[in-house]
Design a protein around this ligand. Structure first.
Ligand SMILES: Cc1cc2nc3c(=O)[nH]c(=O)nc-3n(C[C@H](O)[C@H](O)[C@H](O)COP(=O)(O)OP(=O)(O)OC[C@H]3O[C@@H](n4cnc5c(N)ncnc54)[C@H](O)[C@@H]3O)c2cc1C
Length: 358
C-alpha cells in the first residue's frame, strides 16, 4: 500500500476555483505557506474554456461595476474585449418569434479574449511551484484546539486554518466535518443554491457571424425554451463566430437538452443558417460532481447568498468560507468569489499576525 502524505502548512485551501486561487494569492503574498487541494485535474472550477478558441462553457462576462476583477485582470495583464451588442434582439413566446428594434437584452459587459479560465490559470502560474495538488478531493475536515486537518485519500494536510472555497451545499454533502458544523450553519449551507449549478450551457460555433449581417445582435429571450436566453459569443472581430444559450433544468430527472431541440430553436430564432453550426457544445453543469450536489435543481433559496454566518470563522475560528455563494457583494459572479476570498484571507491574516505579535 502506498504511504500516505502527512503535510503541514499554515493554511490549506480547499478548491482551486477562482475563490481558492485568489485566497492563496493573498496568503502567500503575506509569507504564509499554503497547500491547495483540488478535486479535479485542472484549475478554474466553474471557469472552463476550450483552448485555443477561448470558448467558455462556464463563466463568460464581467461588468464595469466589479472592481476586484477589473484590478486582477490589469495585474495579470489579460486581454479583454467588449461584448457584441449591436443590432436587433428577438423574443420568442408561444405566439412565435418577434424581432424588436434595438437590443434591450444585453447589458454593457466585457469578455476575456482567450476565455475566462486563463484568469484562473494566470493566478495558478503565479503561485510557488507545488502549492496546488490535483486529484485531491477532500473527504473530511477535523479540527482540534491545536490545528485543523483536511483528509483526502492520499493523506492528511494539517494547518492553522482552512479556507473552504467550495459551494456550501456541495461542501456539506461531500465533506464530513468533525466536530460537526453548528446546526444553524449546516441548515443554511445545505439550502444555498450553487450559482449556475443547474444550468446547461449551449455553444454553437459557426463559420461566420451570419446574424450580424442580418442586423441581429445574436440576443434572444425565450419564454418557450429549451434555451431561455441566447447571446453572441463570438471572439474579438467575430472570430470564432458563436452563439451561446442557457437552458435551465427544473427537475433532477429532466434529461439534458438534445442537439435536435437546440437546433430547432436556433433556426426559429435566427433563421436556417443557425441550423448548421460547425460545432455544437452542450454542457450540463448538473453532472459536474465537483460543482453541483445531486439535489442541485431543488436549491432555490437565493436569499442565503452572502448569509452573515458565512463571514463567521467556524471550528475554533479555523475554518473560513470562500466560494462566490458566501460573498456579500456580487454573490454568484467571479467578482463575488474574489470578494469572499478577500474576506477569508483577511480573517486568516488578522489572526496569524495577532499570533505572531503575542
Ligand atoms: C454556465 C456558467 C456561466 C456563468 N457565467 C458567469 C459570468 O458570465 N460571469 C460571472 O461573473 N460568473 C459567471 N458564472 C459564475 C462563476 O463561474 C462563479 O461565480 C465562479 O467561477 C465561482 O468560483 P468559486 O471559486 O467560488 O467556485 P468554483 O469555481 O465552483 O470552485 C470550486 C473548486 O472546488 C473544487 N472542489 C469541489 N469539491 C472539492 C473537494 N471536496 N475537495 C477539493 N476540491 C473540491 C472544484 O473542483 C472547484 O475547482 C457562471 C457559472 C457557470 C457554471
Amino acid at each position: 500500500m502506498a504511504e500516505l502524505d502527512n503535510i503541514s502548512v499554515d493554511v490549506v485551501v480547499i478548491g482551486a476555483g477562482i475563490g481558492g486561487l485568489a485566497a492563496a494569492r493573498e496568503l502567500t503574498a503575506k509569507g504564509l505557506s499554503v497547500a491547495i487541494l483540488e478535486a479535479r485535474d485542472r484549475v478554474g472550477g466553474r471557469l472552463l474554456s476550450i483552448s485555443p478558441s477561448g470558448i467558455d462553457l462556464g463563466a463568460t462576462w464581467f461588468w464595469p461595476n466589479e472592481p476586484r476583477i477589473t484590478k486582477l485582470i490589469s495585474d495579470l495583464g489579460l486581454e479583454t474585449f467588449l461584448q457584441y451588442t449591436s443590432g436587433d434582439a428577438v423574443y420568442e413566446t408561444v405566439r412565435g418569434v418577434e424581432r424588436t428594434q434595438g437590443n434591450l437584452i444585453d447589458v454593457y459587459s466585457s469578455r476575456f479574449t482567450h476565455g475566462a479560465q486563463p484568469l484562473a490559470q494566470a493566478l495558478a502560474d503565479e503561485l510557488p511551484a507545488g502549492v496546488i495538488r490535483f486529484d485531491e478531493p477532500v473527504t473530511s475536515v477535523r479540527a482540534s484546539s491545536d490545528n485543523i486537518e483536511a483528509h483526502t485519500q492520499n493523506g492528511v494536510f494539517s494547518a492553522q486554518h482552512i479556507v473552504l472555497a467550495v459551494p456550501p451545499a456541495l461542501a456539506v454533502s461531500s465533506i464530513r466535518f468533525n466536530p460537526t458544523l453548528s446546526e444553524k450553519l449546516y441548515g443554511v449551507a445545505k439550502i444555498t443554491p450553487v450559482w449556475m449549478g443547474a444550468i446547461t450551457k449551449v455553444v454553437a460555433v459557426y463559420s461566420e457571424p451570419f446574424w450580424r449581417e442580418d442586423g441581429l445582435a445574436g440576443s434572444a429571450i425565450s419564454y418557450v425554451g429549451p434555451m431561455r436566453e441566447v447571446h453572441d459569443m463570438s471572439g474579438p472581430e467575430g472570430e470564432p463566430a458563436a452563439l451561446f444559450g442557457f437552458a435551465p433544468t427544473m427537475t433532477i430527472r429532466q434529461p439534458t437538452v438534445s442537439a435536435e431541440e437546440v437546433l430547432r430553436q436556433l433556426i426559429s430564432l435566427f433563421g436556417d443558417k443557425a441550423g448548421h453550426p460547425e460545432k455544437l457544445l452542450i454542457h450540463d453543469w448538473r453532472y459536474e460532481r465537483f460543482t453541483s450536489p445531486p439535489a442541485v435543481v431543488r436549491l432555490i433559496a437565493y436569499n442565503t447568498f452572502g448569509h452573515s454566518i458565512y463571514a463567521e470563522p467556524q471550528m475554533n475560528g479555523r475554518l473560513h468560507w470562500a466560494s462566490t455563494e458566501t460573498a456579500q457583494e456580487n454573490p454568484g459572479h467571479i467578482e463575488g468569489a474574489l470578494a469572499a476570498a478577500e474576506r477569508a484571507a483577511n480573517a486568516v491574516i488578522r489572526t496569524e499576525s495577532g499570533a505572531a505579535s503575542e
